[in-house]
Design a protein around this ligand. Structure first.
Ligand SMILES: *Cc1c(COP(=O)(O)O)cnc(C)c1O
Length: 412
């Protein structure tokens, strides 16, 4: 038989690090993805919170086309006008004064870690190297970022733990306080955990952590790679604390390029004071093509009407998901998250539920703690949200039926 894109085993020639669904897409339009046979799927995962403006967004397409015909790449040893423009857009709209551009989220976290350590080094305290992270967090797949997050299944087999990474328990502020000491450089957290199952810190907790950092000269790093850029209904999730829990350093990526690989490490001028010429770099990071797309993307994402739309659609989805939880208590245990970063904790296996959703032509993401995540494009319409709930209801029915059948089988 000829190789097809729907074969259960995708390819012998790709490193087998993903358990891929036997499904491939040829084109996208807004919240829809289409296979080569023209089958439409409602996309409520957006490439894991990346295509925040939907697929084939006219402004992003135009930005790529225009720049592709002019200039793709020069080097960071020259000025890059679009990079300066994107840095201004991001710093004008956040706590930050400066930006460093990367090609991915993990690289943005790497830059954040280096910036924090170099800050203490510049202050004459080179012993302050420890980065405190939390269980359930995810910061990427490089050697440093897997140890920063500390997820046991992601570090297994990759050698001894890197020194300088300490793990705290999510939500345990007393425990955190006890861990901060003379070698602490920074506290690193996602204001709303993504992969970990959409667990959100409260504003009160973030304020307390900010205070702890101020008292101890510790830097506060937010990973808003997934929860940032409009996903929670504010431009950044930390804004929900209304200025009382701003970070010193923040990593962003995912939605920043809307599907083009771009990340950024943002920092206050003070926190970045150790990062002088030669201290860091990237060949591709911030190149003209990536920055042209980044500018177009952020110009859309900062629009107040888009953020209001996110809050409206999120409110609708949350209310409807609570209804599903009431109607399918054997399937849906809990609804979590913030805005359009929604976690649905399940009683039945999440991988199976994702398959039921795909059978109904709905795409959703997995997550830790047996959750599935809804991460739709921020442009998802209310009609599409209604459709998604209908498809989730069918998926709940399928999961319930399967569980009932298995129970009957076990009893027989
Ligand atoms: C996706 C993600 C990362 C890693 O980003 P990559 O671009 O895959 O390196 C880091 N932190 C969070 C919160 C993420 O969601």
């Amino acid at each position: 038989m000829a190789e097809t894109t729907s074969a259960p085993v995708p390819s012998d020639h790709i490193m087998g690090v993903y358990a891929r669904a036997p499904l491939a897409f040829e084109r996208g339009e807004g919240s829809r993805l289409f296979t080569a046979d023209g089958e439409a799927y409602l996309d409520c995962m957006a490439g894991i919170a990346v295509t925040a403006l939907g697929h084939n967004h006219p402004k992003l397409v135009q930005a790529v086309k225009d720049q592709a015909e002019k200039l793709w790449h020069t080097s960071n040893i020259f000025r890059i006008p679009h990079q300066e423009k994107l840095a201004k857009l991001l710093t004008d709209n956040t706590f930050a004064d400066v930006a460093f551009f990367t090609n991915s989220g993990a690289e943005a976290i790497e830059c954040a870690i280096k910036t924090a350590r170099k800050y203490h080094w510049a202050n004459g305290q080179p012993e302050r190297i420890d980065i405190i992270g939390f269980d359930g967090s995810f910061h990427g797949r490089t050697i440093a970022t897997i140890f920063a997050a500390g997820n046991p299944s992601y570090v297994e087999g990759f050698g001894p733990a890197l020194p300088g990474f300490v793990q705290a328990k999510f939500g345990d502020l007393e425990g955190l306080r006890a861990l901060v000491g003379p070698t602490t450089a920074a506290i690193l957290l996602e204001p709303v955990q993504g992969e970990g199952g959409a667990r959100s810190w409260t504003e009160a907790q973030l304020k307390e952590i900010r205070q702890l950092c101020d008292e101890t000269g510790t830097l506060l790093i937010y990973d808003e790679i997934q929860c940032g850029l409009g996903r929670t209904g504010r431009l950044f999730a930390y804004e929900w604390a209304d200025g009382a829990a701003d970070p010193d350093i923040m990593a962003v990526a995912k939605a920043l390029g809307g599907g083009f690989p771009v990340g950024a490490c943002l920092a206050t001028a003070e926190a970045a004071k150790g990062m002088g010429p030669g201290s860091h770099g990237s060949t591709y990071g911030g190149n003209p093509l990536a920055m042209a797309v980044g500018v177009a993307s952020v110009e859309e994402l900062i629009k107040p009407e888009l953020l209001a739309h996110v809050r409206e659609v999120a409110g609708y989805l949350n209310q409807q998901l609570s209804g599903l939880k009431d109607r399918y208590p054997d399937v849906v245990l809990d609804i979590r998250g913030k805005g359009l970063l929604i976690g649905v904790k399940l009683a039945t296996p999440n991988r199976e539920f994702m398959q039921h959703a795909r059978d109904n032509h709905l795409l959703i993401a997995g997550g830790g703690d047996n959750c599935v995540r809804l991460l739709p494009p921020l442009t998802l319409s209310l009609d599409e949200a209604r459709e998604a709930i209908g498809l989730l209801e069918k998926s709940c029915e399928a999961a319930q039926a399967k569980a009932a059948k298995e129970k009957a089988g076990a009893a027989a």
